[in-house]
Each structure stands twice: as structure tokens, then as C-alpha cells.
Design a protein around this ligand. Structure first.
Ligand code: FO1
Length: 315
């Protein structure tokens, strides 16, 4: 297959955003569009929070908080600490700078803007040239089924610190949500899809399960990057979730998950060089490369490797 000229990159949280930054450094806004999960979104303290859009926005602006692994760089916490001292909810740590973004987004939505429009306004103000497209403007919300009952995603992830054992997930609204027309239009003439190393169960699933996505993507070469490296997730609870779902926490099992649940979607799979011995166990064209991204150079190198991989895929 030829090296693609126009890419759709699917991203969830922080891991996906790292590769997205690498892609943004080698592909212009006409060459890559970012399709982002919105199922982690929730309304909190009266504000619309879109954690995965936020992670991507801060990553593309190179304003992400590297110490915390989420949120904005150079953050202060006066608001949330003061709120806590007044008896308010402070388990979801909203930094002072971050609060400005959520306030602005919520204001724009309140004035009638779509999430796509509100995101476009904010990222343009932050100097980002690429398009960050929520997979849908309609609400999609992940419900985590766990040993302590059903939990809204942020309640599971942040409030409960991913401690409950998961037994399944539900994406409320995913089947009635309309695929973002910006993404639908991009899919008509893009020639490659990269699924960034995001959690396949709770970050990628609620993107690709939006009505019309898989059909529109069916003719487009698609490559996924494993978020599981050497049996663990670089960030987040993917490996823990897999164990609780009785799936081995391995890159091989991630590939099998995609093949079983979305047959025909993947044309290629990217694993970390440390999992190189698994190459023969994956029933897809697979490449092993350095996929752990510590520096900007690593992010760009993985982006380059993913793009080059398309031309190694059988036609
Ligand atoms: N993650 C945390 O672990 N603790 C937090 O207090 C927290 C606050 C937060 C605020 C805004 C935002 O956009 C994201 C935030 N995150 C926090 C990260 C986020 O909830 C998760 O990383 C994603 O939902 C998983 O993709």
C-alpha cells in the first residue's frame, strides 16, 4: 500500500495524545485530523469537562503537565483547594488554569455552540492549527460495570482510583449519536487511519462504535498501536481491566480483541520492541518498534514508523 497522504488519527487520553503530537509535527492540518473520544466527558460543578479533548489540546499546545500525567503545565490549585475547604467536592482536581478552559467551553456550549465549535474556538486561541474533532457532538457516556455497581467513568477513574474490579462497559448514547460531520467528510477521502495507543475498551471503542464509523472506515487501511507494552499499560488501567475481564494483559490480546470485536478493521498492528517475541502470535501484519514515548523525538519517530508501516502492508 502507498504511504498515506491524509490520515485520521483516533485518540483517547494521554497515551494517544503523545503519538498525536508526533503526527502533528510531521503532518500539516490538511494531512491529519484527530478524532477524539467524548465518552469520558461529564458535567461537574456545573461545567462541561471533556478530559480526552483536554489531554489532546494540552499535548498539541505542548502545555501538558508532565509531572501529573494529565492537566495543564504550570498549574496552581487555589480554586479547588478553596472549594474543598468550603465543603465542596474536590476529588476531581481542577487546576486554576484548567478551570478557565472548562468555564470557557461551558460558556460557549451555553451560548449554543456545538462541542466541535467550542473546541475549535479554544484550540485556535491556544495556537493549535490542526483540527481536534470530538467523535460526536451528541453525548456519549461510558458506564463502568464493576464489583461496586455501575459507575460513571470519572467516578471509576478518578474518584475510585480505578480500584473497583470491572466486569464490562456500556457507552450510553453511542448508537444514537451522529458521527461528527467533520470526521464523516474526512473519511470520504482519507487514505489511512491510525488508532493511537489508547485504551481499546474505554477510549477507542466509544469512537469506532459511533453509528456509521466502521462502515465509513471499512475501505481505509487502518493501523493500531498497542497501548500494552510488556504486559502493562504505560498509562491508565488497561492492563488491570484486561485481567479483570479474564483477558491476558498482552499486546497479542489487544490485537485479538480488535480482530474479534471489529473484524476487518485492522490491516496492521504496531507493538513495542520489547514484545518482539510476540510478532508470530499476531494474525495481522505487525511491526515491533520503540513505542514507549518519553521525548518529543520518540513521539515523532513513532509517528514516522506508523506512516512508513502503511507502505509495508500487503495490498
Ligand atoms: N485525572 C486524575 O487522575 N485525577 C484528577 O483529579 C483529574 C482531573 C482532571 C481534570 C480535568 C481533565 O480534563 C482531566 C483530569 N484528569 C484527572 C484526567 C482524566 O480524568 C483521565 O486521564 C481521563 O479521563 C482518562 O483518559
Amino acid at each position: 500500500m502507498p504511504r498515506p497522504q491524509k490520515i485520521l488519527a483516533i485518540t483517547g487520553g494521554v497515551g494517544g495524545a503523545k503519538l498525536a503530537l508526533g503526527l502533528s509535527k510531521i503532518l500539516g492540518p490538511e494531512q491529519v485530523l484527530f478524532a477524539v473520544n467524548v465518552a469520558d466527558d461529564f458535567t461537574h460543578l456545573g461545567l462541561h469537562i471533556s478530559p480526552d479533548i483536554d489531554s489532546l489540546t494540552y499535548a498539541l499546545a505542548q502545555e501538558n503537565n508532565q509531572e501529573l500525567g494529565w492537566g495543564r503545565a504550570g498549574e496552581t490549585w487555589q480554586f479547588i483547594d478553596t472549594l474543598g475547604s468550603l465543603g465542596g467536592e474536590d476529588w476531581f482536581r481542577l487546576g486554576d488554569k484548567d478551570m478557565a478552559l472548562h468555564t470557557r467551553r461551558s460558556q460557549l456550549l451555553g451560548q449554543g455552540a456545538t462541542l466541535t465549535e467550542a473546541t475549535a474556538e479554544i484550540i485556535q486561541r491556544m495556537g493549535i492549527k490542526h483540527t481536534v474533532a470530538p467523535v460526536s457532538d451528541d453525548p456519549i457516556r461510558t458506564v463502568v460495570q464493576s464489583d461496586i455497581g455501575e459507575l460513571a467513568f470519572q467516578h471509576y477513574f478518578v474518584r475510585e482510583q480505578c480500584a473497583p474490579a470491572v466486569s464490562g462497559f456500556r457507552f450510553d448514547g453511542v448508537h444514537s449519536a451522529t458521527l461528527n460531520p467533520v470526521i464523516a467528510a474526512w473519511l470520504t477521502d482519507c487514505d489511512g487511519i491510525i488508532i493511537c495507543p489508547s485504551n481499546p475498551f474505554v477510549s477507542v471503542a466509544p469512537v469506532i462504535e459511533v453509528h456509521g464509523f466502521l462502515e465509513a472506515a471499512s475501505h481505509i487501511p487502518t493501523v493500531a498501536v498497542s497501548p500494552i507494552v510488556a504486559g502493562t499499560a504505560i498509562k491508565g488501567p488497561a492492563a488491570k481491566m484486561m485481567q479483570e475481564l479474564n483477558i491476558p494483559a498482552s499486546a497479542v490480546a489487544v490485537a485479538e480483541h480488535y480482530q474479534r470485536h471489529y473484524p476487518g478493521l485492522l490491516n496492521g498492528f504496531v507493538i513495542d520492541e520489547s514484545d518482539g517475541e510476540s510478532l508470530d502470535a499476531i494474525a495481522l501484519p505487525t511491526v515491533a518498534t520503540q513505542s514507549v514515548m518519553k521525548s518529543l523525538k520518540d513521539r515523532i519517530a513513532l509517528a514516522e514508523r506508523c506512516l512508513a508501516f502503511f507502505s509495508e502492508l500487503p495490498t
